[in-house]
Design a binder for this molecule. Sequence first.
Ligand code: ZN
Length: 119
Amino acid sequence: MRNRISREKKTIEEMIKLYCNKNHGTKKGNLCYKCELLLDYTHLRIDKCPFLPDKPTCKNCTIHCYTKNYKEDIKKVMKYSGPRMMKTFPILTIHHLIDGILDKKRIENFNQRTQGNKK
Ligand SMILES: [Zn+2]
């Protein structure tokens, strides 16, 4: 469980790095100030996710907790880095894809839990 959360953080971190290095001219493994803030923000959102401990991957989440500005930024990152991740980090990406496939069940469970509490 903990592994899955840290894997998602790692996946996001690598995606932002890929994007920043190519689009903001930063050196490999480094981030510009703006992308550093974006990364902090994404990690904070993961830590505060209402689905925890059984959090789905952000891509499949039904809540979309990002504020507008960060949402635009992360969309750009996903669009650029998404297709490149498989080549650069195949194992990480495969794990992340499997997590995505298991999400349907997680979201169902969450809905059942929360509906049980309401009314
Ligand atoms: Zn950047």
